[in-house]
Design a protein around this ligand. Structure first.
Ligand SMILES: Cc1ncc(COP(=O)(O)O)c(C=O)c1O
Length: 507
């Protein structure tokens, strides 16, 4: 019998059978994978249009599922498997986003949140402003990508942008369009100042945040990401920032004579101070990621005087504080100073479309053609939406609205939370608002408590991010046009969350 089978299973027959089985198995696998993909895609399609027909009318969020909802859980799990460990926001704000409108975010499970994270401050008029969408749609049909060629969309955007400069700087500045991130704008600003001065070093301030690339991280105060990254850009010196709630020099306001700025002057002038005359001083007049800290006015003016007297270009990083966030188009306008270099990004594309620019005094324009290139310097959709946003900002006094809403929110937050033992400081300028959460016993920043408040508020439908030293600062960045009832609803939720956590702590 065995002998009879031998010819049947001769080598050629066996090979054909073997390969047929393999092909069948592969086809089966592909069919299954295809079905799997189809299932995932139809799930994703359904998730991107959850069953919500209208946005809230009363200002309050609508939470319909436990959080994260079941569909969000699926997306988060897939993200966890496939995306980099460096991802950040969804770790503490675990949702999959389906749609957004104004100050609201809709997750894939149909929950509606109030969004005070606001694309990390990239949406001055909120999500999906109809006039900005229309401008982007119009542009989409004609031209989307333009490198650094002049185009009608770019020219109109540049006109609007120069029109936002204060009178004292009008006609004095040039603009460099950068790669689409804020970090690339800061990179360009540093290169520009090094080229123009022929110097190599840069002065920055404690707590400052300027980006995630090698040079911008070098001028950023945050130490933890640097600890695993040797050889960042050398030649950076840090000086104390006017963070008056926790004075870096240990002084109280009554004993302060702007010693932090004085220290900069003394060291720069000290032949034995160890610091060379820098190519630039870079400063956020209101620190964002550093904890929503508006610098004391005298400090900023002193830094301007010190830099001007020594011909050191002063770069003001307005990536977060600009575009009306603080109640003026540029935050430095509150301080009545004129910078030499301004970096803007985030909100400038209106709809969160990527754009980044450096505005600088004409006399600094000493670099050569090609000194700062980049494929994505000409996003025409961002120019079209950005120009329309700037027109709206001007015609509807959006900065004024932001200033008034911010002052109202700050007053209420101060009145209703400053007495709580876990609230150390409530501060801000315009709609860049911060609440520092502290341990009532040690008075130090309390990151766990801040995270508990964030999570509690999230469960009740309010989204915001933490920042500052040890992430113990609640940071609110609403749309500048946030409606009064949405702002009130958000503050109700936040104040209740802080109070609940304070009560839990006391129990
Ligand atoms: C003040 C400031 N500078 C620079 C950056 C970096 O911008 P980007 O994240 O677009 O690179 C940020 C980002 O948050 C910022 O707040």
């Amino acid at each position: 019998m065995a002998g009879a089978l031998v010819p049947f299973f001769s080598l050629p027959v066996f090979s054909v059978l073997f390969f047929s089985v393999q092909v069948y198995r592969i086809n089966l696998k592909c069919a299954r994978a295809q079905k799997g993909h189809e299932r995932v895609y139809s799930f994703l399609e359904a998730a991107s249009t959850p069953d919500v027909t209208e946005w809230p009318q009363d200002g309050f969020p609508v939470i319909r599922t436990s959080l994260p909802g079941p569909k969000s859980q699926v997306l988060l799990a897939r993200q966890n498997e496939r995306e980099s460990n460096a991802r950040t926001y969804p770790r503490r704000l675990p949702i999959g986003i389906a749609q957004a409108c104004g100050s609201y975010l809709l997750d894939v499970d149909g929950n509606v949140f109030i969004d005070f994270l606001n694309g990390a401050g990239a949406l001055p008029l909120g999500h999906a402003h109809p006039r900005l969408l229309a401008a982007a749609h119009r542009q989409l049909d004609s031209l989307t990508h333009g490198l650094d060629f002049p185009t009608p969309a770019k020219t109109m955007f540049t006109d609007e942008l120069f029109g936002m400069l204060p009178d004292s700087l009008r006609g004095q500045m040039k603009v460099q369009f950068c790669g689409p991130t804020g970090s690339d704008g800061v990179e360009a600003a540093l290169k520009l100042c090094k080229t123009a001065t022929g110097r190599s070093d840069v002065v920055s301030f404690t707590g400052g945040f300027h980006g995630s690339s090698h040079s911008t991280m070098a001028v950023t105060g945050l130490r933890s990401p640097k600890e695993t990254l040797p050889n960042l850009m050398p030649g950076v010196q840090f000086f104390p920032y006017a963070y008056c709630y926790r004075c870096p020099l240990g002084l109280t306001p009554s004993r302060c004579e702007i010693n932090c700025a004085m220290q900069l002057e003394i060291i720069l002038d000290d032949a034995n101070g160890g610091v060379r005359l820098p190519a630039a001083v870079i400063l956020e007049v209101v620190q964002g990621e550093g904890g929503g800290i508006p610098a004391r006015a005298e400090f900023v003016r002193e830094v301007r005087r010190i830099t001007r007297e020594r011909a050191i270009p002063l770069i003001i990083d307005e990536i977060q504080s600009g575009c009306g966030r603080t109640g003026q188009f540029f935050a430095f306008e509150h301080y009545a100073i004129d910078p030499d270099v301004i970096v803007l990004s985030k909100g400038l594309g209106g709809l969160g479309l990527p754009i980044s620019v450096v505005l600088y005094r004409k006399e600094l324009d000493t670099w050569q053609p090609g000194a700062h290139t980049g494929t994505f310097r000409g996003n025409q959709l961002a120019f079209a939406a950005g120009a329309e946003m700037l027109r709206i900002m001007r015609s509807q006094d959006v900065c004024g609205q932001a200033g008034a809403s911010g002052a109202r929110a700050l007053a209420r937050l101060r009145q209703e939370t400053l007495g709580l033992p876990c609230v150390g400081d409530v501060r801000g300028l315009g709609l860049m608002i911060a609440i520092e959460i502290i341990s009532p016993t040690s008075g130090r920043g309390d990151p766990l408590l801040a995270a508990a408040v964030q999570s509690d508020a999230f469960q009740h439908g309010l989204i915001f991010e933490l920042g500052g030293r040890d992430d113990c600062v609640i940071r609110l960045l609403p749309a500048l046009t946030v409606e009064a009832q949405v702002l009130d609803a958000a503050l109700d939720i936040l104040i209740a969350s802080i109070s609940r956590q304070a009560a839990r702590l006391a129990a």
